[in-house]
Design a protein around this ligand. Structure first.
Ligand code: ATP
Ligand code: MG
Length: 214
């Protein structure tokens, strides 16, 4: 009996601050997994996020646990501690290098929203990024998937290096969830139920000194 070559595993990598993780993130991952026939999507919460340097970000452990809670019921979703355990500012290229060495035989797909894609491709080393992964940019309400300023570079890349896709529009952001929680407004149905409960249990996003006051 001769062996047939096993097809390479296709892994999605969804980086984010996830402060907190919300249904926009989950729909993006689920939709890309379906369209690209991915075997798994690994969510990678950032350590100290580089775009957010100087801003207040919740402890990595809380963001990690919320991401675990939100993804636990999906057999194709998992969460990596790679970025939160690297004690420095997170760059996408570091995340991808680490994912590649952990899964050397896999084909990686980096999933990002329209806003983040523009940032990553503007500031980081293209050549290496595209050696490590294919990029999938998903639509996000309020942001245009505008690649005009990238055209010149995109021309030199293989056609599947960056794919832009339209996903069901959810106008949800972590910033808005934090603002709502801080004001005592509901975040039910914007984030998974377990995340609502975790936010309340850990008093995340409420101004210091007002915990417990309804
Ligand atoms: P913040 O408001 O704190 O920046 P966020 O909602 O943008 O939070 P991030 O953790 O910054 O969430 O985003 C992680 C990834 O998910 C990014 O690639 C971002 O573009 C994408 N993303 C976030 N929200 C949505 C959404 N509603 N629809 C599509 N993509 C999204
Ligand atoms: Mg963001």
């Amino acid at each position: 009996m001769h062996e047939t070559a096993r097809p390479r595993r296709k892994l999605g990598v969804m980086g984010g601050t996830f402060d907190p993780v919300h249904h926009g993130h989950l729909v993006a991952a689920s939709e890309v997994a379906h369209l690209f026939d991915l075997d798994e999507v690994i969510f990678v919460p950032t350590g100290q996020p580089w775009q957010k340097a100087g801003k207040q970000v919740s402890p990595a452990e809380d963001r990690y646990l919320m991401t675990v809670i939100a993804t636990a019921s999906n057999p194709r979703f998992s969460v990596s501690r790679a970025d939160i355990e690297r004690n420095k500012v997170t760059y996408t290229v570091d995340t991808l290098r680490e994912m590649q060495s952990a899964h050397p035989d896999a084909e990686l797909y980096f999933i990002t929203g329209a806003d983040a894609l523009a940032n990553i491709l503007t500031w980081q080393d293209w050549a290496e990024l595209f050696e490590l992964a294919k990029f999938v940019g998903v639509s996000r309400p309020g942001y245009e998937l505008n690649t005009d300023h990238l055209e010149e570079h995109l021309r030199d890349l293989p056609a599947d290096a960056v794919t832009m896709i339209e996903i069901p529009a959810l106008a949800i952001s972590s910033s808005e969830c934090r603002r709502r929680a801080a004001q005592g407004r509901p975040v039910w149905y914007l984030v998974p139920d377990g995340v609502v409960q975790y936010i309340s249990k850990r008093h995340l996003y409420v101004p210091a000194g007002t915990e417990g006051k309804a």
